[in-house]
Ligand binder design. Sequence first.
Ligand SMILES: NC(=O)c1ccc[n+]([C@@H]2O[C@H](COP(=O)([O-])OP(=O)(O)OC[C@H]3O[C@@H](n4cnc5c(N)ncnc54)[C@H](OP(=O)(O)O)[C@@H]3O)[C@@H](O)[C@H]2O)c1
Length: 293
Amino acid sequence: MYLVVGANGYLGSYLIKNILENTGENIIATDIGSDFQAENPRIKWLSCDISKKENIEELNQLTRQEKDLKIIYLPVFFNVNKNPENDKKAWNINVISFANFLNVMENVKSFYSISTDMLFKKDSDIPYNEHVEISPMNDYARHKAIEERMAEAKGYNIVRLPVMMGPSLSPVKKHFYDDIISTLQSGKSMEFFIDSWRSMIDFDTVAKTILRLMEIPDAKKYPIVNIAGDEALSKYDFALRLAEKYGLDKSLIVPVSMDNDNKIWVEKRPKKILLDNKLVKQILGLNELKIKI
Ligand SMILES: NC(=O)c1ccc[n+]([C@@H]2O[C@H](COP(=O)([O-])OP(=O)(O)OC[C@H]3O[C@@H](n4cnc5c(N)ncnc54)[C@H](OP(=O)(O)O)[C@@H]3O)[C@@H](O)[C@H]2O)c1
């Protein structure tokens, strides 16, 4: 049995799709009252706001008898508009609620939580592997660093991910990927950074890879594993490939430099942060790990 917490987000929807397609297991999926839920007799949806301890306790009561409970934990508060109220909310969701969740849930066979390449802030041509000392670039990453330590202390697992792309599977929540397509289809231009590179990868490949790791008991001995694409891609490179795939007008894709930007990101961001994916390839016996566009 899989328990996917925060299952109605972008990655959560792809995890549900891939559990249904690639395993024979049933799913308990939690959300916090969404307008859309994927329907399938193998999925049981439950409402669970992880900031409410009683919700976590109910979830524990429902799952404590399950054999082989495999948990994937996704909730996050991405604190982009920093102010005292949001700071407090972010700390509560990302740190306090995560700690409560770890403390309350019994009967866990395997537990994977999700971290980020934003744990690194120094530009580098060399991809960061799982052993390099972290230097979180913002509050979100500082919270992820605390989550990592807590998960490790419990003997659980963490996957670190770069920026992910892909069409949203929800009809009520679009992703940036969908926005690029609809903007270019409507004949409007769009700006993309040409000089900011990440080991970008797609939601579907990440979901498949997480599940493969969870199905291999041996993978548990690696507390932190990067799942990342082989290539260093800029958003500009990505947009060109997307336009190519959908036959859209590439001249609408406008290259801009991070050096001239003061509207998309207020704080300074590193240009090149890559994640080394050798370990996940070694564990799963993969030759390549490429973004699917
Ligand atoms: N997307 C990326 O490029 C990326 C890169 C690296 C790491 N990650 C990590 O991957 C995970 C999944 O990200 P995603 O892109 O799929 O983002 P997402 O769509 O925002 O998924 C997060 C989910 O958590 C839920 N959530 C938020 N607050 C909650 C609460 N109090 N109780 C229960 N659920 C709550 C959200 O519900 P609502 O939809 O109702 O708000 C959402 O479904 C996150 O931990 C994120 O930090 C993402």
